[in-house]
Every structure is written in structure tokens, then in C-alpha cells.
Write a protein that binds this ligand. Structure first.
Ligand code: ADP
Ligand code: ZN
Length: 649
């Protein structure tokens, strides 16, 4: 019922789920019409042929002469234009059957035929084709094809214009509005993000009962901006708002508005709001609003986008909130949005949907694990710990990967190993079994990875390493150390950052220490270490030279978080020096730590080369064993703490 209403309200709009169906049905019925027309045409021609064929039967000319000579014919009719002679047999006189008219398949222009017939007493007539038949023929063979071509052309034209072709689309709506009557998503499905959920509960109440607010004179927010990195659940949250309020959910991506033709986007905005208003209360969700909402004073002017944005602004000003329309928009680049969009009465609320913390990740894992059969021993908390910095969509993906893995191995439940393997797949890519490292390369990679792991162990004296592997992965790593923190950290001390730098550079240090030369394998470590060291100087105020001076600010916080320098060129050069110094110190420390632990380093590397993958437990056992032997030989039990205490940075 409601669907029908929907279509009646918007007879010439073709977006939307139900409308979409409607359009598809429309096209279907056209195609069916076309097929039916063709069928009728062909059956018509066929039937008219059949009609003739039913009463006429073809015989050869010599058979005809035979019949003629045997006196079995009562009349013949010569039809020169059809190149045939139609014969009427004397009743019952022909063995070919009664009541059938025979005709010859060919017409020989036998000039003596008439005379022969007259002599034999057979009626002779010569006729030309009946004119009424010719008209039907003309209709069938000349008029109908043109009608058909015309129909097909109209059809094609319609399809083209519907799909955003040139002529029809300008000024008409093609917005791919995606509308769900009931999203079926509730706040329970959105794990973590408690603050964001809290901010939107008010909207739910408003949608439920707009009168309550308008009666008292409260102006309700027209829109809210969901801000956060990709995959954190912004769309999910918007759907949950609609689901909780039990209102329809219109969604559209910002990029759908942007078209080649000026004015199209604006008309889409208009249509979207018209459609939404007819179904209020409802939620309108605009994903990637930055595609249209980019600041208008940027250097790259774009008429179309500006018009679209202006239309959006005026629609937002125009619509009546008391009806209960809430516009939610999502972006991960809030800083590029036009200020006008963020003014009161527009997207004046900002709801941060950030990357989940440990608790959030655990909850997201639980939500998605609900639908998957898990072994009792599965510890989702360990997975949550291992996935720091990962967003909700990745976690959902991990659970699914793990389930697929379990199926592949022929198991009926997902185990902890499956989960860890899928964490690695998401973080580092799939194992690349066909890439076989040469013996020498394998050795270098093993020392490199053990270098990282060993320094971690020496610096923190804990069991921070979850796994070390030298099996190459599809995302380019030749090997890596997987670390799982004991708890999630929100603050990092300078010492911890230095320890991290030392750990990152230890791979390269191990290569130099053992082989006396270095490889390209450390590029990623160097990149990460440099950005940490740089941030220490420019953002965290951790260098003596610059003290508390903020030298960089972070742009695109919710995307790559690229820092932008804001200082003089000379200062930039000095920053580089300072960063270099920090990195040098960390590298030297890594180098000396490894030198002092040369025996464990060799043993662990040998073990890793043999096994290719070792667990954190194995690693610690070998490490402690080697360490004990070392200290027994040197008879100096203080050695580990000495190393750690020395040169605190
Ligand atoms: P965004 O719009 O922020 O890019 P989505 O809302 O499209 O992200 O999230 C993609 C998918 O990731 C969701 O469909 C859901 O399966 C999963 N997901 C993301 N965040 C969460 C969350 N907080 N709780 C549960 N699932 C989540
Ligand atoms: Zn490395």
C-alpha cells in the first residue's frame, strides 16, 4: 500500500528502492509489449501464408499435365503474377485428397494451355492478384516494420534518457536515491561509539515525536555531520537512527550529485528533498558530503558543484522541521567543508565517529561474532588487543575471513588461530607461498626480524612479541614481528617513543651488525621511525632545541593525518637536523643492544630460519635460555638490567 502511495506522490521521479522497482517494471512491460508486437506480426504473416497453404497444395507441372490428360480437373485458374496455376479437381477424382485446391509450383507460359483446356472441357480462367490481399501485404511488409522501428526508437530513447543520457537528464531527476522503508538496524548493531550514539538518541526521539519539541517552541537540529575515518560505522549509525525511529532512510552519496552538466546536481538536490518531504518523518543521509560541500572559495572553482551546494543550502533553509526530516551527512574531511554548511540551522552538530578503542573493538568483534560459530576457547579480547588502530569495517571483515578460513580447513567452528591469521591477512596481506626466498635472503630477513623482536624483549623485559615470521605476504612484507600490547595506551612517554624508535631501527641494525652491509628491507621501518621522530620534535615538544613550540599541524585528521609544517624554511632545516639526531641515537642504541645480545640473536635467527614462523612463547624461551647461558659464562647476573639502565634517553 505505502509503496503505491509513494509512486503516486512522485510520478515522475524514478529514484528510490520501490521507485527503482517501479522503473524496472516499466521497462520490463515495454519489452514485453515489444515482444508481443513482434509475435503478433510474425504470426500474422505466417498465418496468412498458412491460410493459403492449407487450401493449396503444390504439385509439379508434369503431375498437373497428367491430371489434365486424365480428365481429373474441372477448372484451372492461371495466375501469371504469382507464377502458378490453381487447379480445381473434379470432386473425388484426385487421389491427392478432396476439397483441396492444387497448384503448380511453376508457371511455364504454356501458350497452348487454354486451347487444350477448352478441348478437354475444363474451365479456364486467368486472374491477377486480388487487390485487398495486396493492401494487407503492403501493411505487413511496408508499414509495420516502420511502426516497429519507431516503437523501438522510442523505447531506446526512453532508456537513454532514464539512464542519464543527454537530452532527458538535464533538469530531471536521476538521483540514485536509495530508500529503505525499514533499515532494521538498531543501536545494538552499532558497537562501541557510545558518545556518538548518545548524540543521536535525541534525534530519534525527535523523529518519533516532533510535536513534543515544536509545542514548546524548541527548534530542532536540521542536520548533523558524522565525522570520522572510513569504515568506522557512520553509515551504520545513520541507518540505526532511522531504524530506532522506525522512519524511512533515504541515502545518497555526495558524488552522485556531481555531474558534467551544470544544474543537474541542483535539480537532484531539489528532487531529493521533495521526495523526502513527501515521506516525512524520515532520515536523509548524504555520504561523502565533501564531494559537494567543498569550500567555495578554493582555487578550483566548479560551477556545477557550487550550484549544487547552493541548492542544498537553500533546501536546508527551506524545509519545515516540524515535519520531522533529519539530514545526516558523513565526511572524513570536515576541514574542507564550506563554512556555510556548518552554520546554525544546517549541519551545526558534529558527531565524531572515531576509530574504536580497545573496548569498542571488543564490542564490535562481539557483534560480528554473534553470527559466526566460534570455538569456546576463542578469546576476542586478545584479538581486540592485537588490532589497535583498526576500524569497524576491518574487524567485521576479519571475523568473516576467519570463518572462511575455518571452512577452508574443513572445520565447523572458528578457532583463535583462524582469527589471528585473519588479523594478519587484514594487516599484512595473505601469505605469499609462491615467493620463495633464497637462502641468503632468508637469513637476512630472519636476522632483521629477530633484531626487532630482540630489542623489544630487552627494552621492555616482557612478552610483547606475539609471532615472528619470515613467510612473505602479499602486501609486500618479507617478514614481520607481530606485537600485542598488554593494554591500550592513550599516552606515550618520551621514553616509550624512544624505545619504539629503537625497536623500529633494530632490524636494520641487526643486518649491519651481522652482515656488515644493509639492504632495502628497512624502508618501511625507516619511514615509520622518521615520522615518529618528526612528530616528537614538531608536535609533542620533546626536543631540547625547540621545546614546546608547535611546528606542525595535522591536516585530514580522519584520513591519512598528514602533518603540515608551519614554520620558516631555516627552522625546517633545523627540524631535519634534530630528527636526524634522534634517529641516530635510537639506531646506535639498537646496534649496541644487539651487539650485547649477539648469542641470543644468532640462536633465535637460526631457529627462525629453520621454522619460518615462531610464536612469542618460543621466542622468549630461547631468549631466556640463551641469556642464562650467557650470564653463567660471564658470571654476571646483573647484565640485563645494566643494559637497560644504561643511557636512559
Ligand atoms: P563508514 O560509513 O564510516 O565508512 P560503514 O558504516 O559503512 O562505515 O561501516 C562498514 C561496515 O563496518 C558496517 O556495515 C559494519 O559491518 C562494520 N562496522 C563499522 N563500524 C561498526 C561498529 N561500530 N559496530 C559494528 N559494526 C561496525
Ligand atoms: Zn623491519
Amino acid at each position: 500500500m505505502e509503496n503505491q502511495n509513494n509512486n503516486q506522490n512522485n510520478p515522475n521521479q524514478n529514484g528510490g528502492g520501490s521507485d527503482n522497482n517501479h522503473r524496472r517494471n516499466n521497462r520490463f512491460s515495454w519489452i514485453i509489449c515489444l515482444v508481443a508486437a513482434l509475435f503478433v506480426l510474425f504470426s500474422f504473416t505466417y498465418m496468412s501464408k498458412q491460410m493459403e497453404a492449407g487450401t493449396l497444395k503444390e504439385i509439379t507441372y508434369s503431375e498437373f499435365i497428367d491430371l489434365l490428360e486424365q480428365g481429373k480437373l474441372s477448372a484451372i485458374e492461371v495466375q501469371p503474377d504469382k507464377e502458378r496455376i490453381v487447379l480445381t479437381p473434379v470432386s473425388g477424382g484426385v487421389e491427392y485428397g478432396v476439397g483441396i485446391t492444387y497448384y503448380t509450383g511453376y508457371f511455364p507460359y504454356d501458350t497452348g494451355l487454354q486451347q487444350r483446356c477448352e478441348e478437354a472441357g475444363i474451365k479456364y480462367a486467368a486472374t491477377y492478384t486480388d487487390k485487398t490481399v495486396t493492401i494487407l501485404d503492403i501493411i505487413l511488409s511496408y508499414v509495420l516494420p516502420f511502426v516497429l522501428i519507431y516503437v523501438v526508437m522510442i523505447l531506446l530513447f526512453r532508456m537513454l534518457t532514464k539512464n542519464g543520457g543527454m537530452m532527458g537528464s538535464v533538469g530531471k531527476s536521476n538521483a540514485k536515491v536509495y530508500v529503505e522503508k525499514e533499515t532494521g538496524v538498531t543501536f545494538k548493531d552499532v558497537a562501541g561509539q557510545d558518545e556518538a550514539k548518545e548524540s543521536v538518541t535525541e534525534l530519534v526521539d525527535f523523529l518519533h515525536n516532533p510535536g513534543k519539541y515544536t509545542r514548546i517552541g524548541a527548534k530542532l537540529p536540521k542536520g548533523a555531520l558524522l565525522v570520522g575515518p572510513p569504515g568506522t560505522g557512520k553509515t551504520l549509525l545513520a541507518k540505526a537512527v532511522a531504524g530506532e525511529a522506525k522512519v524511512p532512510f533515504f541515502s545518497l552519496s555526495g558524488s552522485d550529485f556531481v555531474e558534467m552538466f551544470v544544474g543537474v546536481g541542483a535539480s537532484r538536490v531539489r528532487d531529493l528533498f521533495k521526495q523526502a518531504q513527501s515521506q516525512a518523518p524520515c532520515i536523509v543521509f548524504i555520504d561523502e558530503i565533501d564531494a559537494i560541500g567543498k569550500s567555495r572559495d578554493s582555487h578550483y572553482g566548479n560551477d556545477e558543484r557550487e550550484q549544487t551546494l547552493n541548492q542544498l543550502l537553500s533546501e536546508m533553509d527551506g524545509f519545515d522541521t516540524s515535519k520531522g526530516i533529519v539530514i545526516l551527512a558523513a565526511t572524513n574531511r570536515p576541514e574542507v567543508l564550506d563554512k556555510a554548511l556548518l552554520r546554525p540551522g544546517r549541519f551545526d552538530r558534529r558527531i565524531i565517529v572515531d576509530k574504536p578503542d580497545l573496548k569498542g573493538r571488543l564490542e564490535i568483534l562481539k557483534v560480528h561474532a554473534k553470527n559466526v560459530l566460534m570455538h569456546d576457547s576463542v578469546d576476542l579480547e586478545a584479538i581486540a588487543l592485537a588490532t589497535s588502530g583498526v576500524v569497524g569495517s576491518d574487524l567485521a571483515n576479519m571475523i568473516n575471513e576467519a570463518a572462511i578460513l575455518a571452512v577452508k580447513e574443513g572445520r565447523t567452528v572458528v578457532t583463535q588461530e583462524d582469527l589471528f591469521e585473519s588479523v594478519e591477512v587484514v594487516v599484512a596481506g595473505k601469505e605469499k607461498k609462491d615467493r620463495i626466498l633464497g637462502a641468503e635472503e632468508k637469513k637476512i630477513v630472519a636476522y632483521h626480524e629477530i633484531g626487532h623482536a630482540l630489542v623489544t624483549a630487552v627494552e621492555k623485559k616482557a612478552e610483547p612479541v606475539q609471532k615472528i615470521t619470515i613467510v612473505p605476504r602479499t602486501m609486500g612484507t618479507l617478514g614481520y614481528v607481530m606485537q600485542v600490547p598488554e593494554e591500550e595506551k592513550y599516552l606515550m612517554s618520551k621514553e616509550e617513543l624512544m624505545a619504539r624508535l629503537t625497536m623500529l631501527l633494530a632490524g636494520r641494525a641487526a643486518e649491519e651488525l651481522v652482515f656488515g652491509s644493509v639492504t632495502t628491507g628497512a624502508s618501511n621501518d625507516i619511514e615509520r621511525a622518521t615520522s615518529i621522530a618528526r612528530a616528537m620534535v614538531t608536535q609533542y615538544g620533546m626536543s631540547k632545541k625547540f621545546g614546546m613550540m608547535g611546528l606542525e599541524s595535522v591536516e585530514n585528521r580522519y584520513l591519512d593525518g598528514r602533518p603540515v609544517l608551519n614554520c620558516a624554511d631555516e627552522t625546517a632545516a633545523e627540524i631535519d637536523h634534530e630528527v636526524m639526531e634522534i634517529l641516530d641515537r635510537a639506531y646506535e642504541r639498537a646496534f649496541s643492544l644487539l651487539g650485547e645480545n649477539r648469542d641470543p640473536l644468532d640462536r633465535l635467527a637460526a631457529h627462525l630460519i629453520e621454522k619460518e614462523t615462531i610464536s612469542g612463547k618460543e621466542f622468549m624461551e630461547i631468549f631466556r635460555e640463551a641469556k642464562r647461558k650467557d650470564t653463567e659464562e660471564e658470571n654476571d647476573p646483573e647484565i640485563i638490567s645494566d643494559v637497560a639502565a644504561e643511557e636512559k634517553l
